[in-house]
Structures are given as structure tokens and as C-alpha cells.
Design a protein around this ligand. Sequence first.
Ligand code: CAA
Length: 466
Amino acid sequence: MPVGIDDLAMYIPKLYVDSKDFAKARGIDPQKLESGIGVRKMAIVDTNQDPACMASNACLKLMEKNNLHPKDIGRMYVATESALDESKAMNSFVIGMLEQVYGDGSFEHAGGIECKFACVSGSYALYDNANWIRAEENNGKAAIVIVSDIAKYDIGSAGEYTQGAGALAMLIKDNPRLLEFDQKVTSTIIKNEYDFYRPFGKETPLVNGNYSNLLYLIQVKKAFDSYKEKAKTTGLIKWDENNESITDKIDYFIVHLPYRKMGEKALAYLLRHEWRHLPRWQYIIKEVGMDEPIPKDPRGTIESILLDKEFMKLDEQFRRAFMKTSSYQDVFNRKMASSLEASSIIGNLYTASMYVGFRSMLEFEYKKGIELENKRIGFGSYGSGSSAMVFSGVIKSGYKEIVKSMNLEEEIGNRTKVSMEQYEQLRESEINPDYYITKPRREFILVKIGGNTSDKAGLREYEYIH
Ligand code: CAA
């Protein structure tokens, strides 16, 4: 049974920090942020917003847009790494908010959980819900998967310029209009790692930046190897292994985007591995102007590779030159660039970042006038800690109905630029519904945390503002 994403809707908070202001305040060259990292604006939440109300706002948009009623929905999963409670799942908050609009108990028949595995959990949620429909356990109902996060790092840290906030809701059903998932090829990899983690009670993560970058590349590549094997044995994709690469047969690459540049690097890493045994490599090496360096210990650990300074320096040099070759540029421009547009004006969205990338690709490729029907999309999802999932899907004939009205600027809406002083105040401030910067309209907001008695500690109250 064809199952996949029928439609999607996004919610991005209305405040942002401009990278030029950020660079000035932190003494960084603005060019490093704009071209080295690839960020121009970072979305941040107001004092009356949290990941649950962003998730509800995205979900309400999706339901209104598709005239859905809660009775049409059998499952609602929320994937996040910005959990609000150790026990109460984020989707229960979302159900509570939506029932303010659709009526008390209107979602009672449905089910769902909050999923956690850093940025990859939304992909697991999609996979599980697609299989729930394939197994015909859904009683004719659809599922909604919401990815919602606030990417927040320590002030002054290298991660601070890779922040962002937002949510995206996806409608998963049979015979989808937008994207049908390929079956029997989804591949995962999992390993106990400490590249990025946030112990209980800590608001910001502990990050090993360079280690996390390399681990991301290695893990996605390993999951891709397994995907490739499955695509070959199932016959889903056919290619001449002596002269072609499976990457030639995938029309778009959508990957996890902690920041725009990471997408560009992930594509370079993948193509280098997939192309180096092919006849085309000799021409590429000529254009690069140097041989591909080899680490002192090619079977070493990530730590030993990072400590091999001579190799790392040469490898960076090779990667930068490779990314300038006509072969890389051609694939990048045709198969990835459009998916990176949104990231540079929103920032990192953890679980939501890859799916906003997918949303971005659809809009900007459609605007170029490119026919997307039957195009195969390869997804490379990564979650620190760590797990990667590689899967694919094919764009369906109904996509135009959805994509033709996409307008990123319009959907994000008029945003307010906050000064660095306001940004730092917002970072430090307690939630106070009376002190917000943008006036909420047709959206859920957080109005209070905790009642006046200890038995109400941590209780969150939300309101829909008309
Ligand atoms: N002009 C133009 N470019 C410049 C520049 C300048 N003046 N100065 C530096 N740059 C370039 C650098 O050359 C580099 O580009 P290349 O990668 O092409 O070489 C780029 O800017 C970044 O500079 P640095 O290598 O010096 O990186 P940094 O020390 O600033 O740290 C980071 C970057 C490691 C990503 C850091 O922001 C970080 O720790 N972020 C959080 C962790 C993260 O996002 N990890 C990603 C993988 S893990 C994951 O994906 C899960 C998740 O969501 C967190």
C-alpha cells in the first residue's frame, strides 16, 4: 500500500537575531557566519512560547489547511529533544491545546507518544506511523507526526550561532499527494556516543563540535551503505556499478541541517565515498589538483583521525577544493541547494531541520519550474548520541496542489528583529505572558507555569489567542 507524507505545515516564531548583529557582539567576522556556517537569521522564541505551543500551532495549521477533524486522526506523535517533562509526553500538551479549538475529548480515540533520539527521532516517528498504516491498524485514519524544537546553546559558545526554533507537522496517510515512502530500504545505525547530549536539568547541551561533525558524516554514510545494499537487492534502484553511482539515480538529497554548511559538507563526504572508485574520479582529481589524503591509521577511531592534524589539514584542503569542482557544483545545485534556503533564515531546528529542508526544496524547485513528479528523494537523518536513518521516497502526482501555494517568506510572516540585548534578556527571562515582544494572533501561547500550590508545580497552562 502506498504510504507517505500527504501534506505539511510549519510554524516559525516571529522573533529573530540577525547574524551581523550577532557577529559584532561576539567579535566574529560576519562572513564566517554567512558563508562559513551559512546563517543569516536565527529564529528565537518569545517569552510566551515553548516547543509544545509551536507544535500545536503547526498542527492546527495542518488541520485547518486540510479541513481535518480530530476523528480523521488516529495517532499523533511529537518528536523533540526539547522535552518539557520527564513523564508527561509533549503530545498530551498538544492534544490539550487542540481540544481548546476542536472541543473537549475530541482526540480521545487517538493515541501517540513523544519520541526522543536527538534530531533523528522524527524520522523514526514517520517510519513507525507509516508502518502502522501499512499494517492496516489505522482503521481508515491518518497519523500526524510533529517535529518541534528550540536549539539553544551556551551564550558565547561555538554552538551559539547554530541556534533556531520552530515546528513542522506532517500528515501521514495512504495514497499521499506529496511523497510516497520507498519500502524495505529504510536503514538505520545506532551507537552509544557522547558527541552532543543534555543531562537532566541542564538547559543547554554539552557538545564536542568537531567530533559531532565527523560522527554525523560517518554515521549517515554507514546508514547509506546499508540503504544502498537494500536498494540493490530489492531492485528499487538499478545502476551500473562500474561506471555509475547510486547517487546518480537519486534526484534530491535532503539531510539533517544543524546549519546550512553542514548539508554542503555531508553531500561532499557522500560523493567522495561513492565516486572514488569510478572512472570519473581521475578527472575530478585533476580538477582538485591534489590526491585524496589518507589518514596515518585508516582504521583508527574518530578521535585518532581528529588527532592526526596533518591528515585533517590536508583533508580539509581536499574537501574545499572538491566542493569547487564542476562535478560537485553540478550535483549540489541540482540536488541540494534548494533544500538549504530555509535553514539560512531560520537556523537549527534539531528534529525539524531536515523536514523544513524538504519543505524548502519543494518550494524552490517548483519556483524554478522543475517537474518533480516521480523524482526520488533520499533523506539522511542524524541524531547525536547517536543514530542515523537513511530512507527515500518518490514525489507523487498530487504534489502541485500542495506546493504551488508554498511561500516561505509569507508562511514565516513578518518577523521582528531583536537586538542582542533583547536576545540575551529573552534567554535569561522567566516565562511571563505579560512581557512578550510580538502580539500573538490566531495561535497558542503559554500563559502560566505552575499553580500557586506545590501539587500544581510544573503544570503548564496554554491559551488559544483569536
Ligand atoms: N570568513 C568565511 N568563512 C570563515 C571565516 C571567515 N572569516 N572564519 C571561519 N570560516 C569558516 C571556516 O573555514 C569553516 O568553514 P569550512 O567548514 O568550510 O572549513 C566554518 O567557517 C566554521 O568554522 P570553524 O571550523 O572554525 O568552526 P567553529 O569552531 O566555529 O564551530 C561548529 C562550528 C563545530 C559547527 C560549532 O558551531 C558547534 O559546535 N555547533 C554545535 C554542534 C553541531 O551543530 N554539530 C553538527 C553535527 S551534530 C548534529 O548535527 C546534531 C545537532 O543538530 C546538534
